[in-house]
Ligand binder design. Structure first.
Ligand SMILES: Cc1ncc(COP(=O)(O)O)c(C=O)c1O
Length: 327
């Protein structure tokens, strides 16, 4: 196993304002993993949150100390917002669907986010309806809201195009022979897939992108089925997915994601999250076929500890219906 980090790693820190650098490791022969799970907030989404909040502060749309950030999220983007906004003295209100990981809900509370609309959600409202209700009643609630709206805020793509992608390119210098990458990824908003791929192409790499989707979902045609892989194929066509980057789409089953999670944990010792496991079910067999100048690249989006043991059981997890759909 080859572990490699660039000099950038020396800048690793815990402050939201500082530039986060996560490790790039050759976790299995031919397979490079970018450990975004080690960001403050536990996922790649903190980068999107930081870019979105910083650009809104710069434009005056968010006034620190006065504005309240509001969002609907399954968790990871919410952690990012909570961490970034805390340092700017910005209140964060989140509508989190009741089907999402309860551990994440507790942690959101712990890091200072306010979970709103719980009663409305219990009565059957969607997270979107909760956000809309709060925006409509902002004046009565005494709030000056800024809706970060991760599904329409392009600053999230910039986060990955100008930060994560170049960071990986810098780290790839530890593999000087490698010029071709097969990036195996999934899409919620599509921001990380498109941004990272573009950043690597700009750095001179030849990048094939394989989009992984749960069987029955087809983001291109806006077709979605219920599944338990929180964060990918979320029930709306990924607004930032640049389809011209996609070489191939692969449908995976829940069982293949479970098998990949276990195999990866046994071979590397890392328990990775559900969407990562889905991608690894495609990436691991592919990695064994790479030539000397090629590697497979996958993002470790988040940790499996958030979900365990939900992934193992298709029918007996902590989740209810509509688990992973954001509609
Ligand atoms: C665990 C996980 N994986 C993958 C994704 C997809 O990321 P993106 O929105 O950049 O497409 C998300 C998004 O929330 C996520 O939480």
């Amino acid at each position: 196993m080859t572990g490699a980090t660039s000099g950038l790693t020396s800048g690793k820190q815990g402050l939201a304002e500082s530039r986060p650098v996560t490790e790039l490791q050759e976790v299995l022969p031919g397979l490079l993993a970018k450990f975004e799970c080690n960001n403050a907030g536990g996922s790649h989404k903190v980068r999107a949150a930081r870019f979105i909040v910083d650009s809104a502060i710069a434009s005056g749309a968010i006034v620190p100390g006065k504005s309240t950030v509001i969002e609907k999220t399954g968790g990871n983007f919410g952690f990012g917002l909570a961490i970034v906004c805390r340092s700017h003295n910005i209140r964060v209100e989140l509508a989190v669907g009741l089907g999402f990981s309860p551990i994440k809900r507790h942690y959101l509370d712990l890091v200072g986010a306010h979970l709103i609309g719980v009663k409305m959600l219990q009565d059957g409202a969607t997270p979107r309806e909760v956000v809309e209700w709060h925006l409509e009643h902002a004046e009565a609630l005494g709030r000056h809201y800024f809706y970060t709206d991760q599904f329409s805020n392009g600053a999230s793509v910039a986060a990955h195009e100008f930060e994560t992608g170049p960071e990986i390119a810098e780290q790839l210098k530890a593999w000087p022979n490698v010029r071709k990458l097969t990036f195996v990824a999934c899409a919620g908003t599509g921001a990380s897939l498109s941004g990272i791929a573009r950043g690597l192409i700009s750095a001179g790499y030849v990048v094939d992108v394989i989009l992984v989707e749960p069987a029955g979902c087809d983001s291109r045609s806006n077709v979605f089925v219920e599944h338990k892989l929180e964060g990918m194929s979320v029930g709306v066509a990924p607004p930032f997915l640049d389809w011209s980057l996609i070489t191939e789409t692969r449908a995976i089953t829940h069982e293949s994601a479970v098998a990949a999670q276990l195999a990866f944990a046994q071979r590397t010792g890392y328990l990775v999250g559900n969407t990562t496991s889905a991608c690894l079910s495609v990436a691991i067999p592919l990695a064994a076929t790479m030539l000397a100048d090629q590697k497979v690249l996958s993002v470790i989006y988040d940790s499996g500890l958030w979900y365990a043991p939900a992934l193992r059981s298709a029918d007996n997890g902590h989740v209810g219906h509509r688990l992973s759909l954001m509609r």
